[in-house]
Design a protein around this ligand. Sequence first.
Ligand code: PEP
Length: 270
Amino acid sequence: MSTPANSAYDRTPLIAGNWKMNMDHVQGSSLLQHLAEALSEAKHNYGRVEVAVFPPFTTLSAVQTLIQDDGLDLVSGGQDLSPFDSGAYTGDISGQFLAKLGCKYVLVGHSERRTIHGETDETLNAKVHAAYRHALTPVLCVGEGLDIRQAGTHVQHTLAQLRAGVDRLSTQQAAELVVAYEPVWAIGTGEVAGPEDAQEMCGAIRTELASLFDADVAARTRLLYGGSVKAGNAPAILNETDVDGVLVGGASLDAAEFANIAGFERQLAG
Ligand code: PEP
């Protein structure tokens, strides 16, 4: 069972919804309200999980207002941030602005940023450090494309991305980090890595963190799986020892489906 609440290390499962470039502030407010209703109806159905949404930048303010004014049991995050804090970086968003909008998390290195925007491991490491400068928790996304998976070098590839992403972090920062393993071939394709694939990589990431930092860091860092997660496949993935949550794209745009993913513990218990 993933991360029991009574574990010596408190790796509260994180159910994270990446809305990508969907949901303007009006649509996003409506989705969030529906999600809050679905979660509260199902509240007795799930244990201690943290539910986070990652709306587009222009929807974050509306999400912050709803969370604060309605006292919703949800947190928010940005989908990206600048490696810089302020200045002549047209179109970029500072971590400082995200923090002011109440964000707790920020995605760093989603595969769509790596491929479409050509973000390098070096830039992503700078973004990870920028997140910590503004008290945001980075969710560092790593994972291989289909060619690398077929060549059988997916573990080496993903661990190299991890090592670059965590370069020069303190042990404290590394322990707070969230790492999302997202095989690119499983994102938005309907192809899901099996629970054993998620465990293979999350186990390898935890072992690597122990060797880069120490065993305590490795035991505290939360590791997510992402790639075509739905309510039907989430419980088996989240049941794996080293999987501490999921990063959900398409299914997070459906309030009932996403709330059911958050209720995975009930399905496991049943
Ligand atoms: C994602 O965008 O991070 C993702 C996992 O998308 P999907 O769930 O749609 O595959």
